[in-house]
Write a protein that binds this ligand. Structure first.
Ligand SMILES: C[S@@+](CC[C@H](N)C(=O)[O-])C[C@H]1O[C@@H](n2cnc3c(N)ncnc32)[C@H](O)[C@@H]1O
Length: 384
């Protein structure tokens, strides 16, 4: 990223470059001087593979750059806030990966291309996904004429895999795919969330509080450490609240941790995630959790519905929570904790809350997408 906010792939902070291009993206036309903050990328595929973008930047410079993505978004929205240092949440690595299968090759898309390159290594994955590339390749060998993607998640019971795309399976193919899954120690194989083979229920731990069976394809934070860090900041942010709403709750990694000490209302549009949370939250020892399937874009919790809560947590997907923020801004909820994977939509929603009278008291950037331009954050708002 240049000082004027132009994204230039494979540049590093401190490079002196001539740049080609228009708008917010450029390419390196000529190198005048390379930055001292360049390092040797740890992966042999870096530069060719379309996944990682910043393995060539030294650790400290990388951290400064990643935090700056949050600073820039807030600045662009005219929001002044204290931004804490970046929290490293890579932990043991990504527990979820999407691989492409095309023309009998499985791996990642080549940079800037629809072609798929076979990856022999991927150092950002958690050890539980050590067999994911070989499994994907075995599926690609079985279906050389198909163009599919494969979502693989490391769970406590082994890999959970969901095939996405037009499989047009028949009984013979399905049996072959199930046999390949078994041979690769896969716990469960689904296609577009429909079961193909179940050897063990894929279990996901939620800290020391609970274990959930993961619904096929349901949202999961990218690293186990990321979930732990985000949940820790959420718990810290709601303080001593006794009644908390967890909006965009997914399978409930925040809700169940919150339920150790507070009554929780949780909502999400994914029916399977809500069903999973209802089961998980039935554990003895937790305070009551009410989970509702609800589209919070079309039907955000209205101001009047928000009144009973001492704190509201919201963790929307990339598009943010514009409609819900409008209702929150009109509410009297004393504390709000926002979790976001998109600093731009967060800044937009934060501006709505601030215009409604909330003070933004803390922003913590969290890095669970190592080597990518994605950054999470947790922010706390307070109404005096
Ligand atoms: C970033 S995830 C967060 C999930 C959860 N907080 C977690 O940490 O695992 C965003 C969630 O928003 C949900 N979602 C997406 N669009 C929605 C909508 N219109 N209304 C309600 N939930 C929605 C998704 O199903 C997903 O579970």
């Amino acid at each position: 990223m240049t000082e004027d906010g132009i994204f230039v792939p494979f540049s590093a902070p401190g490079d002196v470059l001539e740049i080609d291009g228009e708008g917010k993206r450029g390419t390196i036309a000529r190198v005048v001087e390379l930055s001292p903050d360049r390092v040797t990328p740890p992966c042999a595929h870096f530069g060719v593979c379309g996944a990682c973008q910043t393995q060539h930047i030294a650790h400290d410079a990388y951290r400064v750059w990643k935090r700056s993505l949050v600073l820039r978004a807030l600045e662009a929205a005219g929001i002044a806030a204290e931004v804490a240092p970046l929290v490293d949440a890579h932990g043991e690595g990504r527990r979820r990966v999407t691989l492409a299968l095309k023309n009998g090759v499985a791996g990642y898309h080549r940079r800037g291309s629809h072609e798929v390159m076979a990856a022999t290594m991927c150092p950002i994955l958690t050890p539980g996904l050590g067999g994911a590339l070989a499994f994907a390749q075995a599926l690609a060998d079985e279906m050389p004429d198909k163009w599919l993607s494969l979502l693989v998640t490391a769970t406590q019971s082994g890999m959970d895999a969901d095939i996405k795309g037009p499989l047009h399976g028949n009984a013979r193919l399905n049996a072959r795919l199930a046999a390949i899954a078994r041979d690769h120690g896969v716990a469960r194989l689904t296609a577009e969330r429909e079961p193909l083979a179940l050897f063990r229920a894929p279990q996901i731990g939620m800290g020391a509080v609970a274990t959930a069976t993961l619904p096929p394809g349901a949202f999961l934070q990218a690293t186990a450490k990321g979930e732990e860090v985000l949940a820790g900041l959420v718990l810290d942010g709601v303080k001593r609240a006794r009644k908390v709403a967890d909006l965009f709750c997914g399978i409930g990694p925040f809700a169940v941790r919150l339920a150790v000490r507070a009554q929780v209302y949780a909502a999400d549009s994914d029916a399977d995630a809500i069903a999973s949370l209802r089961k998980t939250a039935a554990l003895p020892g937790l305070k009551p959790v009410t989970a509702e399937r609800r589209d919070l874009f079309r039907r955000p919790l209205a101001r009047i519905e928000l009144e009973p809560f001492d704190a509201v947590v919201f963790d929307p997907a990339f598009d943010g929570a514009a409609a819900q923020s409008v209702e929150l801004a009109r509410s009297g909820v004393p504390r709000i904790v926002a979790v976001s994977c998109n600093p731009q939509t967060f800044a937009r929603d934060a501006a709505t809350l601030i215009a409604g009278g909330y003070a933004l008291t803390r922003v913590t950037p969290v890095d669970q997408f190592l080597y990518s331009p994605h950054v999470e954050l947790v922010a706390t708002f307070q109404r005096d």
